[in-house]
Design a protein around this ligand. Structure first.
Ligand code: ITT
Length: 205
């Protein structure tokens, strides 16, 4: 079985990645399984791809092991795409999910329903060697609600309603979220990339 280090400190993300990759012949560990005290990898890139690559490369450089990173965030049309790559730090460098979400709702206080369109984006990078990687993208369109609803998930889930649903991501159970989410789509695309690279039955070997 291959070991993959997931370059994340976000336990909500890690839980979803584990659920989506269940059944694949990978043992997935995260930064906190390898580093104590916990380290945080600088995210200074201008794009999701820059940051995902920086996180995967950082872990690969230190360990030489296959490294997977997910950089993701929420783009709100009324806010010209903010918080975007700054989603985790929207209300400040060490902001909590709740602080980020409250800032978002305050910024949209005067925004009517039809203009609250938004999307989650995810870029996943799986690094095999210094010069060899797979990159995959996923997008989930939707809209921002007027107040937090639901208790599942993490981050902005309580205010994000995926297109075609009146429930928020936090009101959907995780298998329903994963089936339509930006992360679910990015990891499905990564899986197709692995099929192309290693042949269709690589996961049964
Ligand atoms: P790592 O860099 O350690 O992986 P992070 O939380 O800093 O963790 P990002 O830089 O990719 O991760 O920031 C993503 C932020 O976007 C995350 O903190 C959430 O606020 C938000 N986000 C991403 N995917 C989400 C999802 O599925 N549901 C809710 N919020 C999400």
């Amino acid at each position: 079985m291959n070991n993959i280090i997931v370059a994340t400190n976000n336990m909500g993300k890690l839980r979803e990645i584990r659920e989506i990759c269940a059944g694949l012949p990978f043992a997935l560990t995260s930064l906190r399984d390898h580093w104590n005290p916990l380290l945080s990898i600088p995210e200074e890139g201008a794009t999701f791809l820059d940051n995902a690559r920086a996180k995967a490369s950082w872990v690969f450089d230190k360990t030489g092991m296959w490294s997977l990173a997910d950089d993701s965030g929420l783009e709100v049309d009324f806010l010209d795409g903010a918080p975007g790559v700054r989603s985790a730090r929207y209300a400040g460098d060490h902001a909590t999910d709740r602080e980020n979400l409250d800032k978002l709702l305050a910024a949209l206080a005067d925004c009517p329903l039809q203009r609250r369109t938004a999307r989650f984006r995810c870029v996943a990078v799986l690094k095999f060697t210094e010069a060899d990687e797979l990159v995959a993208n996923g997008v989930c369109e939707g809209a921002i609600g007027f107040e937090p609803r639901g208790t599942d998930g993490f981050g902005y889930d309580p205010v994000f309603m995926p297109a075609g649903f009146s429930l928020t991501f936090a009101e959907l159970d995780s298998s329903n979220k994963n089936a339509i989410s930006h992360r679910g789509k990015a990891l499905a695309a990564l899986r197709r990339g692995l099929d192309e690279r290693f042949g269709k039955d690589w996961d049964r070997r």
